[in-house]
Design a protein around this ligand. Structure first.
Ligand SMILES: [Zn+2]
Length: 248
């Protein structure tokens, strides 16, 4: 994508990101009067962690790297009602590369996997073409990745308030695997298909931990500690912040 267009897309989100960096995610979240809405997802469809496939619950490539068995276990725990695949899936590409398959056909593998998973679970399957996705073709516009300990966080419910980002439904995943999804999000964002070198120490990619105030197994602190090692190699270009579910 032409660099002028990329910088424009970067600039659109800069004000909100600067605010988060300045006051911290906790203060930022406290200032959102209707934050509770972001914890009322419109559906329980399983989608990719890609910021272009917002809503419901999220696993990289809908779980393609886990295989059908383990993905089905996580999807059942999440109460997934429909399994999706999508065009231009980075996780499916990674799967193809790791399996020694043709990376050019990665979206086909993503579709086959999601269809198999839906069949295993006895639920519907749906493919999301780029025309139905919430990002431009060829570019990931995520400035953050949400590491969600609640399993119900959907930033797209507050599109004018919360920055678009990858969402990793940590709640339904084992820590080691969830960390891997987090790494994938970082690699995509900082790579050629993301904003890449625009991420610096002054304008870092932010891993936003969403801690569950009511469940110590998914507390802000334990989830922060869990992903802490991931940011070290990036020397400040990736940082961790977070907030707790709103008190009711
Ligand atoms: Zn994907």
């Amino acid at each position: 994508m032409h660099s002028e267009k990329v910088e424009k897309l970067w600039g659109w989100q800069s004000a909100v990101i600067e605010k988060i960096i300045n006051i911290g995610m906790d203060e930022f979240a406290k200032g959102i009067s209707d934050l509770a809405k972001a914890f009322q997802p419109a559906d329980r469809w399983l989608r990719c962690i890609d910021e272009g496939t917002p809503g419901g619950v999220h696993m990289a490539g809908s779980g393609i790297l886990l295989g059908v068995g383990a993905a089905a276990e996580a999807a059942r725990a999440a109460g997934a009602t429909t399994i999706t695949s999508h065009e231009e899936c980075g996780a499916a590409k990674l799967y193809a590369t790791e399996k020694g398959l043709d990376p050019e056909k990665s979206d086909t593998y993503g579709q086959e996997f999601a269809r198999d998973l839906a069949k295993e679970l006895g639920v519907n399957y749906c493919h999301l073409p780029l025309s139905e996705m919430a990002r431009p073709a060829g570019l990931h516009v995520a400035r953050v990745a949400y590491y969600d300990g609640t399993g119900s966080f959907d930033p797209s419910r507050l599109p004018d308030t919360l920055p678009a980002g990858f969402v990793i439904s940590r709640r339904y995943l084992k820590p080691d695997y969830a960390r891997r999804e987090c790494e994938i999000a970082i690699t995509i964002a900082l790579g050629h298909h993301g904003f890449g070198e625009l991420f610096t120490k002054d304008s870092p990619f932010i891993l936003v931990v969403v801690g569950d105030a009511k469940d110590s197994a998914f507390s802000l602190q334990s989830l922060r500690t869990e992903i802490e090692p991931l940011v070290h190699p990036y020397h400040g270009r990736v940082v961790i912040d977070g907030f707790l579910t709103p008190a009711d």
